[in-house]
Design a protein around this ligand. Structure first.
Ligand code: AKB
Length: 318
C-alpha cells in the first residue's frame, strides 16, 4: 500500500507481539524513514528501519526523541501484560502508568495523535460475561486491569481537558505467529500452535471450558490502522473501544487444530492464570466500534487456525 499522508511515527514496545506486526504495517503505509522504533533491551534481527533507544518512564529523554525526530504520532505499546503484572505489580504500575502519562504530556506539548492499547482486562468478575457492553461495570481484579482502567480514564481526561487526539482499543487475546506473546493470560491460544507443530502435544494452563474473546493479528492491525486514520469526528469514545472478533473455549480450539493435526494431544492443568481468565468476559459487544468507524473482522476460528498452522509450520522449518 502507498504512503497516505506525511506522518512521523514513534512506536514504543515495537518488538513485542503486536509491535512486531504493527511496525512493518506502519512502514509500508507511511514509509520506512517515517517510522521510528523506540528500542529498549533487545533488537530482533528481522528489524530493518530507524531506531532510537529510550525508556518510556523518562520524560526528558522521550521529549528529546520527539523533538529531534519531529514526531507527529505515537503508538504507545510498551506495557507489562496480565500474568507478569501479577508477579510484578509495582513494576506494572510504573511502566504502564508513568509511560502513558509521559506520552500524554508530550501529546499536549507537541500536538501528537496517540494510539494506546487497552484490553479486555479492564473488565472484572462483576462485569456481564456475555456480550459485554461498551459502557458497563469496570472493576478489574488484576494490576494489569487496574492500569488499563486508570489509563482509559486518563486518556479521556487528556482529551477533554487538553484536546489530545488519543484513540484506544480494548484488545481481546491476540493470536499470531510472527512474534511470541509474553506474560499474558491469553498466551495459551498461541502456544498451543507451537507445541502442536513442534511436539504434537500441549499442556494447557486454563481449563478446557475456558472461553475468552480472541482475534487474529491481521484483524488487530487492521482495526488499529482504521481507528487511527478515521476522521476525528467519528471517534466518539475517548476511553477505549470494545473490539471483538471470535470467542471460543480452549477445547474448541483444540478440536479445530485436530481437524488439521489429528495426532495432537492436549491436557489441561490450570495454574494461577485460570483466576485471571475467569475474571474476564467470554464475549464482547463491539457494535459501537462497528457503528462509529466501520470496524469489521475477517478471521473466524477455522480461517485463523488454518493460517496459523500454515505460517507457523513454515516459520519453524526455516
Ligand atoms: C493478556 O492476556 O494479558 C493480554 C490481554 C488480553 O490484554 N493478551
Amino acid at each position: 500500500m502507498k504512503s497516505v499522508r506525511k506522518e512521523r511515527i514513534l512506536i514504543t514496545g515495537p518488538f513485542g507481539q503486536i509491535g512486531s506486526e504493527l511496525v512493518p504495517a506502519l512502514q509500508e503505509r507511511y514509509g520506512k524513514e517515517n517510522v521510528i522504533a523506540l528500542g529498549h533491551v533487545t533488537i530482533p534481527d528481522w528489524y530493518d528501519g530507524k531506531m532510537v533507544t529510550g525508556d518510556v518512564r523518562h520524560l526528558d529523554s522521550m521529549k528529546k526523541i520527539v523533538q529531534e525526530n519531529s514526531i507527529t504520532q505515537i503508538y504507545h505499546l510498551a506495557s507489562l501484560l496480565s500474568a507478569t503484572g501479577e508477579s510484578k505489580p509495582s513494576m506494572a504500575w510504573d511502566i504502564n502508568m508513568t509511560g502513558l502519562k509521559n506520552v500524554l504530556d508530550l501529546a499536549v506539548e507537541f500536538r501528537l495523535r496517540v494510539f494506546w492499547p487497552s484490553s479486555i482486562a479492564v473488565f472484572g468478575p462483576t462485569t456481564p460475561k456475555e456480550n459485554t457492553p461498551q459502557s458497563t461495570v469496570l472493576e478489574p481484579t488484576t494490576m494489569y486491569g487496574v492500569t488499563k482502567l486508570a489509563g482509559e480514564v486518563l486518556c479521556q481526561y487528556y482529551h477533554l481537558k487538553f484536546g489530545v487526539d488519543v484513540r484506544s482499543l480494548r484488545y481481546p487475546g491476540i493470536i499470531s505467529w510472527k512474534a511470541e506473546p509474553g506474560g499474558g493470560t491469553t498466551d495459551y491460544a498461541v502456544t498451543i500452535f507451537y507445541d502442536a507443530i513442534q511436539k504434537g502435544r500441549y499442556e494447557c494452563f486454563v481449563r478446557e471450558s475456558t472461553v475468552l474473546p480472541m482475534m487474529y493479528m491481521d484483524d488487530a492491525i487492521k482495526a488499529t490502522l482504521q481507528l487511527m486514520e478515521a476522521p476525528s469526528n467519528k471517534i466518539k469514545v475517548r476511553t477505549s473501544y470494545n473490539l471483538a472478533a471470535i470467542s471460543f473455549s480452549a477445547k474448541e480450539l483444540e478440536l479445530e487444530i485436530q481437524k488439521k493435526m489429528p495426532g495432537l494431544k492436549v491436557t489441561y492443568r490450570p495454574d494461577n492464570r485460570q483466576e485471571i481468565a475467569d475474571s474476564w468476559p467470554m464475549s464482547i459487544d463491539d457494535s459501537t466500534a462497528r457503528g462509529d468507524w466501520g470496524w469489521k473482522h475477517d478471521f473466524d476460528l477455522p480461517l485463523m487456525t488454518k493460517v496459523m498452522i500454515e505460517e507457523l509450520t513454515q516459520k519453524l522449518s526455516r
